[in-house]
Design a protein around this ligand. Structure first.
Ligand SMILES: NC(=O)c1ccc[n+]([C@@H]2O[C@H](COP(=O)([O-])OP(=O)(O)OC[C@H]3O[C@@H](n4cnc5c(N)ncnc54)[C@H](OP(=O)(O)O)[C@@H]3O)[C@@H](O)[C@H]2O)c1
Length: 256
């Protein structure tokens, strides 16, 4: 597949890097300023500052500019390039499908894909919304993002909640890391050691949930001996409002 990425910033750059690393697609990267393109050229991409040239040669176009620039980029592309047989994937947050359809006009298949920053480590939780796409195209886009982490197909109404859980969620998980690291220092570890311990413990906890049918509470039970130290720790955390704080944070960060 020929894939063109419009916008070589954090998100577009991460997607381009992942695709170039995989090496199974022909990748073109287009960006407004030339400076950001050099590293993608060195990695084997065709690079350009001409979005229309990038789009013309692609089967799939990824729009990775800031949300307020999507209208201009999309209308410009579809005015100058025949996109009827192409697929356009927007990764812009807070851009409604209805708007994408309007800006892209008749023809191209349209999807929204919302990754999180862990895409740079091929560990994204990416939500796919088939705005105007058939099943085969949706499957194809999903398979593409599956190579950069995990994907979940959702409807547009769930995007704000998904963003709170997975995009803001990166910050929340890392805030736990900071808190646990500070606790680790108080318990006698150096900060770097404590962070490494906490990070690996989180990887371990996540891996325990990767098993079919796994449940967080069942895994917690396994380390919670009656009258033991884990339950004392858990109860002290709950007394300080742990679960309540997390839920309140998620509700507060759900975009309106
Ligand atoms: N970062 C995240 O965690 C994240 C997560 C999910 C979704 N997203 C979405 O991803 C999109 C991009 O975010 P980002 O963080 O990657 O932003 P960014 O780092 O600012 O990247 C945007 C890129 O688009 C380029 N650009 C601007 N106008 C252009 C145009 N007309 N034609 C071609 N390229 C153009 C910019 O080039 P110049 O620098 O030369 O202006 C810049 O390199 C946003 O819509 C955001 O909502 C981001």
């Amino acid at each position: 597949m020929k894939i063109s990425i419009i916008g070589a910033g954090n998100m577009g750059g991460a997607i381009a890097e992942a695709l170039l690393h995989k090496g199974t697609h022909q990748v073109t990267v287009s960006n407004r300023s030339e400076g950001k393109l050099q590293r993608f050229a060195q990695a084997g991409a065709d690079v350009t500052t001409d979005n229309c040239r990038a789009a013309a040669q692609a089967d799939l176009i990824v729009i990775a500019v800031k949300p307020w620039l999507v209208e201009q980029v999309l209308t410009d592309l579809t005015a100058h390039v025949d996109c009827r047989e192409k697929t356009i994937v927007s990764v812009a947050a807070a851009t409604r499908g209805e708007q994408l359809c309007q800006w892209a006009g008749q023809g191209p298949q349209l999807l929204t894909a919302i990754p999180n920053t862990a895409i740079t480590r091929l560990a994204s939780m990416t939500f796919i919304v088939p705005v105007r796409a058939d099943e085969a195209t949706t499957r194809c886009v999903r398979e593409l993002f599956d190579t950069m982490g995990q994907t979940m197909l959702i409807d547009e109404a769930h995007l704000p909640a998904a963003t709170a859980l997975a995009s803001c969620g990166i910050a929340y998980a890392l805030r736990y890391v900071r808190a646990a690291t500070e606790g680790g220092v108080q318990l006698g570890f150096r900060a770097a050691e404590a962070q490494a311990i906490v990070a690996q413990t989180l990887r371990g906890a996540a891996a325990l949930l990767d098993v079919e049918g796994a449940h967080a509470e069942a895994e917690i039970d396994k380390v919670t001996t009656p009258g033991g130290i884990t339950i004392r720790g858990l109860n002290a955390m709950e007394q300080a409002g742990f679960t309540h704080a997390v839920i309140q944070g998620l509700l507060a960060s759900r975009p309106q």
